[in-house]
Design a protein around this ligand. Structure first.
Ligand code: RB5
Length: 144
């Protein structure tokens, strides 16, 4: 699948590590940043979110210091469900129950080994649908 990726300065090192180990044969759509100079995380969150919302990428992966700012910003884009995940369980549930399409990681929170496991779990888990789809519809003001 195509995965849009983005990070700020605080997520740059972890994203570099993930690029080497976590994405396998998936094609990457790199939306920056490309060095450790201080920068603004919303720029990358919105760029990745827009790529996913437009169908240019199926999933997105964002890394900042905590993952939180990226998730807040990315979720402003309609159709984006961005989730901060700190372990394999939350990554699996973000996909199975929440159909999250953007994974947000904290470069100051998780190490590269755990982050790799989180990314792999996020990429391989399918949405469970059913009652979870009905609940997601409520978020978009559909259903009752
Ligand atoms: C940058 O210092 C930091 O605030 C940012 O990477 C992120 O953690 C925000 O949520």
């Amino acid at each position: 699948m195509v995965i849009a990726i983005g990070c700020d300065h605080a997520g740059f090192a972890l994203m570099q590590a993930l690029r080497e180990s976590a994405f396998g044969d998936h094609r990457l759509l790199d939306r920056g940043t490309h060095d450790q100079s201080p920068t603004d995380y919303p720029r990358y969150a919105l760029a990745v979110a827009k790529a996913v919302a437009a169908g240019e990428a199926e999933r997105g992966v964002l890394v900042c210091g905590t993952g939180i700012g990226m998730a807040i910003a990315a979720s402003r884009i309609r159709g984006i469900r961005a989730a901060v995940c700190t372990n394999e369980y939350t990554a699996r549930m973000a996909r199975a129950h929440n159909n999250a399409n953007v994974l947000c990681l904290g470069g100051r929170v998780v190490g590269p080994g755990l982050a790799e496991d989180i990314v792999r779990s996020f990429l391989r888990t399918e949405f469970a649908g059913g009652r979870h789809a009905a609940r997601l519809a409520l978020i978009d003001g559909q259903g009752n």
